[in-house]
Write a protein that binds this ligand. Structure first.
Ligand code: HMG
Length: 387
């Protein structure tokens, strides 16, 4: 079997950004709680005409521009912010991205985890026919109730990944460790636009699940802790990476100096600190952040911990490929985050509340500065446009 993995990767986020200093001021909270306690500085917030589809299109477009779509046979879209209970959101991408009609398209859901399920399914498809390529798009808007403890951990982003044989960026290892259980730590019933969460339970379940997935990964022949140059964790907020890594060290029964822990996780948290939680996209945004910020990673193994509440956790690994730096979009990525438009606290609150009551007929004024927008919902049918 040829090596299989991530050949190209790109992300998109929203038009707006809310400064957490502003949120702290109005919530009468010490801003240090957000900056140090949670490890978050700002959070992405969508314009009225942005959603998971517009972010998905924006993330995938540069990948399709670079590689074309001739070999594309499957598009897997992972989200927990679905716009329809039946139709896969990725079908709206057909006209926006000019996708071939010979593409198999499906949407996957399991909280923040389903992007990783997509990656494993893609590897399976490509091992059957290495000439096929699979496009994965993980796209989500993390939304909690206003004034709730989860509010400062909102955010939004999409990550698109082209998975192929002979990948240019990351070759996946085959062992993978999995843990799943039925836990009510975080969920969003069909009638709600915001998630419900038992915050403390969600943290302890995340920690327990990552250590159990690691134990399974090792039992199935995975690499040892010292083999890894870097660790990418699912990042609901960036301080979670340190909690998770300290917990992993306790699981393994070793002690690392705090500086060594920082060196192993920090580069993967830099974008997420500014974007916020992006659910399915979060782990992979962390990987892009690692590639864009770390010194040369050529030939280095990286460990990944994908956690989705409810819960499923998977630990897997891969090796960064020679020449990967030629394919990065580091300057564009930094510019995309820096170019977001600041939104005032009061406009943010008004838009947050409006999102909870979309009628079946609505036309949206142009609000986003991005390349794709939602123009209207008429008779419950959504229409998107390339700007
Ligand atoms: P909270 O209860 O308001 O915060 O909400 P807290 O009181 O626990 O404080 C948070 C941290 O800030 C603590 O540090 C405080 O000590 C510190 P820790 O004990 O954790 O190390 N702190 C300060 N630090 C410096 N200066 C200060 C200060 N004050 C306090 N002045 C919570 C926190 C995360 C629970 C909340 O934001 C929440 O419910 N978030 C949503 C749920 C979540 O993110 N869970 C994480 C694990 S589950 C997961 O990752 C899955 C998920 O992505 C969903 C999916 O899978 O789809 C969420």
């Amino acid at each position: 079997m040829p090596p299989i993995g991530i050949h190209d990767i790109a992300f998109a986020t929203t038009h707006y950004v809310l400064d957490l200093d502003e949120l702290a001021r109005y919530r009468r909270v010490d801003p240090a709680k957000y900056h140090l306690g949670l490890g978050q500085d700002t959070m992405s917030f969508p314009a009225v005409d942005e959603d998971i589809v517009t972010m998905a299109a924006t993330a995938a477009a540069p990948i399709l521009q670079r590689h074309g779509s001739d070999k594309l046979r499957t598009l897997l879209l992972a989200t927990e912010t679905g716009v329809d209970q039946s139709k896969a959101a990725a079908l709206y991408l057909h006209p926006l991205l000019d996708l071939p009609s010979t593409t198999r398209i499906v949407e996957l859901k399991q909280a923040c985890y389903s992007g990783t399920a997509a990656l494993q399914f893609a590897a399976g498809l490509i091992s059957r026919d290495p000439t096929e390529q699979v496009l994965i798009i993980a796209t989500d808007i993390a939304r909690y109730d206003l004034d709730s403890p989860g509010e400062p951990t909102q955010g939004a982003a999409a990550v698109a990944m082209l998975v192929t044989a002979e990948p240019a960026m990351l070759q996946l290892d085959s062992p993978s460790g999995v843990y799943s259980d039925d836990v009510m730590d975080f969920w969003r019933p069909n009638h709600r636009t915001t998630a419900l969460v038992d915050g403390k339970l969600s943290i302890s379940t995340y920690l327990d699940a990552t250590s159990r997935a690691w134990t399974d990964y090792r039992a199935r022949g995975g690499r040892g802790l010292d083999d890894f140059r870097a660790f990418c964790y699912h990042l609901p907020y960036t301080a979670m990476a340190r909690k998770a890594h300290d917990n992993l060290l306790r699981t393994v029964g070793v002690e690392w100096e705090p500086e060594r822990v920082t060196a192993a996780i920090e580069d993967s948290t830099r974008y997420n600190r500014l974007v916020g939680n992006s659910y399915t996209a979060s782990l992979y945004l962390g990987f892009i952040s690692l590639l864009d910020h770390a010194p040369d990673l050529t030939g280095q193994p990286v460990a990944f911990f994908s956690y989705g509440s409810g819960c499923v956790c998977e630990c897997f690994s891969g090796t960064v490929q020679p020449g990967y730096r030629q394919h990065l979009r580091t300057a564009d990525n930094k510019e995309r985050i820096a170019a977001r438009t600041p939104i005032s606290y009061f406009r943010y609150r008004a838009m947050h509340s409006d999102r909870a009551r979309y009628p079946s007929n609505l036309t949206f004024d142009q609000d986003t500065g991005g390349p794709y927008r939602l123009t209207e919902i008429i008779d419950n049918k959504r229409t998107y446009q390339k700007v």
